[in-house]
Design a protein around this ligand. Sequence first.
Ligand SMILES: [Zn+2]
Length: 197
Amino acid sequence: MKIAYLVEDQSDFAVINVLVRRILNEEPEAIYRERRPGGVTGVRGNLVAVAWEAWHSETNGVVVVVDNDGALPLHEPAHLAAQKTQADKGCNYCQLVTSLPELPGGPPLPPLRFAIGVAVQALEAWLLFGADRKQEREPEKLDRRVLKQKLYGAQRLPRPQRLAVGKPIAENVKLDELSQACPSFSYFAESVRQLRS
Ligand SMILES: [Zn+2]
């Protein structure tokens, strides 16, 4: 399966690619797409171009992951009934879903599917749970600064050091336990599984 990634940066890409491989139980052919900075707004600005590029290059899926960074409301399954309304209210997940372009389907090109993840409040919450799940029962309640301090022991670390922390956790965290502790991960995992459908 060929998958393009639109995520916050290259370290997130490395970690998310491991999680996607484990969720799908297969090694995807992974393509990293650089994006403009600017959180969800930057990702939304790139989404249409990345989607068309993926469609033209016979990619099977585009994985989009951003940090929630305190936005409200938090996504929940009840939003699926009215995603445009929830997007207008400020739900990052629903904003991404409603920004996805409609692409022509049908042979000979495979249908292009999207998997959306909005990590609450940041990707580090998922990693912190994997690093220390007995102490951190509700990592989604922590803000980005606290998460980084707890996970890395610092606010800023060079990429190799962040990867040295994050990748082994992504390889080893129990996905079912992570889904229970972090609803934002469970929505992402479900979205990734639908890449196959
Ligand atoms: Zn939502």
